[in-house]
Write a protein of this length. Sequence first.
Length: 257
Amino acid sequence: MGLSRRIAALFRTKVDKALDSAEDPREMLDYSYSQQLELLNKVRRGLADVATSRKRVELQLTEMQDSATKLEAQAQQALSAGREEIARTALTRRAAALSQLSDLQNQRTSLQAEEERLTLASQRLQAKVEAFRTHKEMVKASYTAAEARTRISESVTGISEEMGDIGLAIQRAQDKTAQLEARAGALDELLASGVLEDATQLAGHDELQTQLAEISTQGDIDEQLAEMKRQLEAAPAPSAPSDKPVTDEQAGGRDNP
């Protein structure tokens, strides 16, 4: 096989694959059905034309028969009047009319045969078109169901393009989340070890200063508590009330100092 033939075969193969991927069998079936309907309409139009021609010939036959009958009557009338020449002329025209009448009859017979043939062909073609339409709808329904089932299976298994994109997005989100969690954990460890400072604390204060401030505050509180205890111990005890009854002099002395 020559190089040109190989290139042509490769080109045809690629074209066939491209057409197969882009072709929708349902559209092709509908197109075929429309073509068959168009053919059926052409046959019907041809049948109508033949029927029209037959009807026209039949009208001409009727007129020609009436003309032949009339010419025969005229010939008899002329012969009765002694006008033989006129009768001869009428009979001559009648013979020509009868000859045309024969041709018209043959034409009518031919048109009738053609009309019958087209009628039969139209009926057969219509039956085929109806059968094709039924088969077409069945094939389309089966194809649609198979397509839907395939898409569902692809979606469930993640093979479809849409679900593949969703899977990649989820994977990227999970990877980014894991990366952020690892970074947060590393920063927490660095803060705990003192390598990094907490930016939320006041300037100039570190962990050590905070602990020292807490110790100082605790010491002040302990000293205050100790001072309050010493004051309570140094205060005099209150005197107890006497049980001896009070005399009138003592009572008067209290009222009049």
